[in-house]
Design a protein. Structure first.
Length: 346
């Protein structure tokens, strides 16, 4: 296939591109190169004849039309989004413009292109979203594809709105859409404002490791390369109009996750051990969801996919990657907002 990937210079998008190119797909990477994007994430495939790059903002409809007309994709994998909850608390307008208006533009550009080519049956618009649209769970239960939406942050609300747009374009216009909602991703090339890279980088620097609230928030952790594999499997095998939840089957409390990372660093960089002495509890962020958990039954039975990496294995690989790739993450620390406490506005 020729796949148009939006947000392909980001964390998850770049993993999708690396995987897709390795499988022989042609890929067009569409990215505006905002603060969290980094073309170094796709450096390993940048010279491949199967890879092209277009610097385009999904808020620019005319530019999107030009990309479709130039490259004639067989499928769209729409990952471009503002995704950091803390930033959405401080500046929600960027999330509304990119995640909602940008998705609307992508749907309309894709629909125009698809209709203009005679509405081919094999075209797909795959929208990649988050389990945060479902809200927060108590100590038991899991999210299914039928769980009602209950977003609690500007970020999750904007993603919920984009999900609804995708479904509406499928129902109203017949656009062949697919939706996936994933749990928390981690792994190589994770932008250094998210929890796991923050813990690793601050521990290596001997700085305090901030833990929101009591550290009891639970997340289901999904290794990013497993996620890329799942997304491509859904693109190829998913039923049109169907949604699939993608989880790592690795529920862990934040505090336990941090202790695991510290223990790994104690082994690999014993000079700073014990790194868990750097843990500092800080005031929680507003509207912090307590627990996420995904029921993966649908993707397991209909697509035949399940994760291959346990959280213990994935964290060990991730820590080693950051230790071996300081030249990748060190320059990113100077980008706007990185290293600062965000999302504390009342």
């Amino acid at each position: 296939m020729k796949i148009l990937v939006t947000g392909g210079a980001g964390f998850i998008g770049s993993a999708v591109i690396r995987k897709a190119v390795s499988l022989g797909h042609e890929v067009v990477n569409l990215d505006a190169l905002t603060y969290a994007a980094n073309l170094e994430n796709v450096a390993t495939v940048a010279r491949s004849p199967f890879y092209r790059f277009e610097k385009v903002d999904i808020r620019d409809r005319l530019a999107l039309d030009s990309v479709f007309a130039t490259h004639h994709p067989d499928a769209v994998m729409h990952l471009a989004a503002e995704s950091h909850v803390d930033r959405s608390i401080d500046g929600p307008s960027d999330f509304i413009e990119t995640n909602i208006t940008g998705t609307f533009n992508m749907l309309e550009a894709a629909r125009t292109y698809w209709a203009g080519r005679g509405k081919p049956d094999n075209f797909r618009f795959h929208h990649i979203s988050t389990d945060e649209v479902y809200g927060s769970l108590d100590e038991t239960g899991q999210f299914t594809e039928d769980t009602g939406y209950d977003p609690r942050s500007p970020y999750s609300a904007s993603k919920a709105a984009s999900d609804h747009l995708v479904r509406a374009w499928g129902e109203t216009y017949g656009l062949p859409v697919l939706l996936t909602n994933c749990s928390n991703n981690y792994g190589p090339y994770h932008f250094p404002e998210k929890l796991i890279p923050v813990v690793i980088i601050r521990a290596l620097s001997g700085e305090s490791i901030p833990i929101y609230g009591d550290g009891g928030n639970v997340r289901d952790w999904l290794y990013v390369e497993d996620h890329a594999d799942a997304l491509l499997a859904v693109l190829e095998k998913g039923a049109v109009g169907r949604a699939y939840n993608i989880g790592g089957e690795n529920e862990v409390k934040n505090i336990d996750l941090v202790h695991t990372i510290c223990a790994e660093l104690d082994t690999l960089r014993p000079g700073g051990a014990p790194h868990n002495q750097l843990i500092t509890f800080v005031p929680d962020r507003p509207g912090h969801d307590r627990r996420y958990a995904i029921d993966p039954e649908r993707i397991r039975t209909e697509i035949g996919w399940r994760p291959s990496v346990t959280v213990k294995e994935g964290l060990a690989m991730t820590v080693r990657w950051y230790l071996n790739n300081e030249d990748w993450w060190r320059p990113l620390l100077a980008r706007q907002g990185v290293g600062k406490r965000l999302g504390v506005k009342p």
